[in-house]
Design a protein around this ligand. Structure first.
Ligand code: NCD
Length: 320
C-alpha cells in the first residue's frame, strides 16, 4: 500500500486528478471566515526541514493547521543536527513523539526515500524537496494552478504546452513537473543552456531546446526557474548573469511573444532581474502569488488523503 508521497512519478493520472480535485474542494475553505476543518484532529504532522524554506514550510504548516492537526516544526538549524545527530536518530526521536506524517526537506537527493524505506518512522513521509531531485507537492500546486486557468471543461491538461525555463540541472521543481505534467497529458518543453540540462534528460518525457524565443508563441504557460547559486549555478555554467538573463530570462519583450492567454509561473523565491523581470513578475499574466495560495489547498489535499482514515479506498488500497 502506498502511504508516502516521494515522487511525482509515483502518481497515476487518476491518482493525481484525485489529489487535484480534492484540493479544488478544499480551496473553497480559504474564502470562509473560519478556515478550519476538524478532519485531522489528534494527528501530528512534523515539518522536518534541513534546508531553508519560506513558502513550502509555512504552506505545509498552514495546511496541517487548517485540517486541525497538531504541527511540530523542526528546523535543522538550532537543533541537535548541528551537533552531528544523524538522520536516523532524528527520525527515531520523531517516531518516539508519535508523528503521523513527516514532511521532509533535505539537501541530499533521496533522503525522504531513505526515511520511508528504513522503517524508522511508522507515519507517512512527504517529500518537500530533496536535493536536486524532486518536489512533488510543488508540481501538484503548479498543475492545480495550470488546470484552473487552462483546462477545458473536463479539467484536463491534455495537449497543453508548458515551457519550463532555466536551471533545470539543479531544479527538483523541473523534474517533478516534467513527470506530473506529462502524466496529465501536457507537452513539456525544457529550455536551458546546455550546461544547465542534466545528464540523462533524454530519458525524461519532454522535449528540450537551447533557444527560448521560438518556443514562446506556442506556449500555454512558461514556468521560470531560479538560478540556484547555492548549488553551484552561476560560476562556470554561463558567462555572466547579464548574458543569462538576455538569453533565458523573461522580460516584457519575451512576454509579448506569448499567446494572449498564456500564463507565467515561478515557484519562488525569484531572482528579479535574472530569470524574470519585475514587470513580468508583477504583470496580470503572472500567477506567482496564486501559486502560493493554491499550494496550501494542494498540501491540505495531500495530508488529508494520506492521513484521514476514511480514504483508504483507492485502487490497490493507495490513499490517492
Ligand atoms: C523551490 C525549491 O525549494 O525547490 N522553491 C519552492 O519550494 N517554492 C525552487 C527554488 O528554490 O528555486
Amino acid at each position: 500500500m502506498r502511504r508516502h508521497l516521494l515522487s511525482a512519478g509515483d502518481l497515476s493520472r487518476d491518482e493525481a486528478v484525485r489529489v487535484l480535485d480534492t484540493a479544488g474542494e478544499l480551496l473553497a475553505l480559504a474564502d470562509r471566515p473560519i478556515k478550519k476543518l476538524p478532519t485531522l484532529r489528534g494527528r501530528t504532522v512534523v515539518n522536518l526541514f534541513f534546508e531553508d524554506s519560506t513558502r513550502t514550510r509555512i504552506s505545509f504548516e498552514a495546511a496541517a493547521k487548517r485540517l486541525s492537526a497538531d504541527v511540530i516544526n523542526f528546523s535543522a538549524k538550532g537543533s541537535s543536527v548541528s551537533k552531528g545527530e544523524s538522520l536516523k536518530d532524528t527520525a527515531l526521536t520523531l517516531q518516539a513523539m508519535g508523528a503521523d506524517a513527516v514532511v521532509v526537506r533535505h539537501q541530499s537527493s533521496g533522503a525522504p526515500h531513505r526515511l520511508a524505506a528504513a522503517g524508522w518512522i511508522d507515519g507517512s513521509i512527504v517529500n518537500a524537496g530533496d536535493g536536486t531531485h524532486e518536489h512533488p507537492t510543488q508540481a501538484l500546486l503548479d498543475a492545480f494552478t495550470l488546470r484552473r486557468h487552462l483546462a477545458d471543461g473536463t479539467g484536463d491538461l491534455e495537449g497543453r504546452r508548458i515551457t519550463i525555463v532555466g536551471d533545470v540541472l539543479h531544479s527538483r521543481v523541473a523534474r517533478s513537473n516534467a513527470l506530473l505534467l506529462s502524466t496529465l497529458g501536457a507537452e513539456v518543453t525544457l529550455v536551458a543552456p546546455p550546461t544547465l540540462l542534466p545528464v540523462g534528460v533524454d530519458s525524461w518525457p519532454v522535449t528540450t531546446s537551447y533557444d527560448l524565443d521560438p518556443t514562446l508563441a506556442k506556449a500555454d504557460a512558461v514556468m521560470m526557474l531560479r538560478v540556484q547559486r547555492e548549488r553551484g549555478a552561476g560560476g562556470g555554467f554561463f558567462p555572466s548573469a547579464r548574458e543569462y538573463s538576455r538569453r533565458y530570462g523573461v522580460d516584457a519583450r519575451r512576454m509579448g511573444l506569448l499567446p494572449d492567454h498564456a500564463l507565467v509561473l515561478h515557484p519562488g523565491p525569484m531572482n528579479r532581474g535574472v530569470e524574470i523581470s519585475a514587470d513580468v513578475a508583477d504583470s496580470t499574466r503572472s500567477v506567482i502569488v496564486e501559486q502560493v495560495t493554491n499550494g496550501v489547498a494542494v498540501r491540505m489535499a495531500v495530508l488529508f488523503l494520506l492521513l484521514s482514515a476514511e480514504t483508504t479506498t483507492g485502487t490497490d488500497g493507495s490513499p490517492w
